[in-house]
Write a protein that binds this ligand. Structure first.
Ligand code: COA
Length: 286
């Protein structure tokens, strides 16, 4: 999601602590973990310390039972201005070992951890979102915004690498993607929502409330089934129909068998026997 949001930007800016303290802020509140990329003076450009910290933060949150939903956002007036041209790229040029370690760690948090994260994730895009920031944006399950986006790589002499072009191809149609990959033209949140890059474009002063509302919906779902549903979707999308059929049936059996809540049986009984809920309209009482 992205925001049209001056108020939120100001609020984030005020709350941000200096970069030297921590490039990533983490706040747990009532089952929601709010991760804030925290380099507002650098528009939250992704630096090596931010990369390594994100790997740790995501690993920690994935096994924290108190956390049901994760939100990723940025401090100040940016979600993230993408990879840090000075610290991520120029500072590691000619240092292949350092670069390999850094690039691998970046791939780890931006898509290997995030795309298959065991809990639902929401990108709350509160401002500028450029280049390398597209990968974590697309790796999140849902997104809302008020922002300015751009595949700006072409403007400064590289291609959308890392895995940006691949991520973009997952959610945008080819005509839109090629247009922005080749022109580097910025576009706003409404356009991003129209192209499917984010789920919805929300006024800035409503962004946090809307994301919280969405997180609350997700918190009510059976977490075992939720985790399986998202992982199964991501994997099945890249399989043949035959493989997907077999895999999804097996995955569903696994989910039902290992569900400590026995949600399927409970929900069936509430619908068929007790007649206390209708699955088409709501979640069963947990
Ligand atoms: N890498 C390194 N530094 C960055 C950065 C990036 N991706 N994006 C912003 N910064 C730094 C600027 O160098 C500047 O640092 P300084 O204060 O030490 O001079 C500071 O952040 C503020 O940037 P500035 O350009 O003055 O802010 P702005 O609000 O006028 O513009 C942007 C914001 C995001 C439009 C602009 O900074 C920009 O175009 N950034 C690069 C975006 C990009 O192409 N990213 C793709 C990387 S893969």
């Amino acid at each position: 999601m992205m925001q049209h949001c001056k108020e939120l930007s100001n609020m984030n800016q005020e709350n941000a602590t200096p970069e030297s303290n921590d490039p990533v802020l983490l706040e747990r509140s009532d089952g929601i973990a709010w991760i804030t990329l925290n380099r507002p003076a650098k528009r939250n450009a992704i630096s090596p310390p931010l990369v390594y910290r994100m790997v740790e933060v995501l690993a920690e949150l994935e096994v924290d039972d108190s956390v049901k939903v994760v939100v990723l956002t940025g401090a100040g007036n940016a979600f993230s201005a993408g990879m840090d041209l000075r610290d991520y790229f120029r500072a590691t040029d000619g240092k292949p070992a350092e670069q390999m370690k850094l690039f691998r760690a970046n791939a780890l948090w931006q898509w290997k951890q995030l795309r298959f994260f065991a809990k639902p994730t929401i990108a709350m895009v509160n401002g500028y979102c450029f280049g390398g920031a597209f990968t974590p944006l697309i790796s999140c399950d849902l997104a809302a915004e008020e922002s300015q986006f751009g595949l700006s790589e072409i403007n400064w002499g590289i291609i959308p690498a890392g895995v940006v072009n691949r991520a973009v191809a997952q959610v945008m149609n080819e005509r839109d993607a090629m247009y922005y990959v080749m022109t580097g033209e910025p576009f706003d949140g409404r356009k991003a929502a129209g192209m499917g890059l984010v789920n919805e474009s929300v006024p800035a002063d409503r962004l946090r409330a809307r994301v919280t509302e969405l997180a609350e919906v997700l918190k009510k779902k059976n977490p075992t089934v939720l985790r399986t549903a998202k992982i199964a979707y991501r994997n099945a999308a890249e399989m043949s129909w035959e493989q997907a059929n077999d895999y999804l049936m097996a995955k569903n059996d696994q989910s039902v068998l290992h569900d400590p809540e026995k949600g399927r049986a409970t929900a069936m009984s509430q619908f068929l026997d007790q007649k206390t809920f209708r699955p088409g309209l709501e979640t069963y009482a947990r």
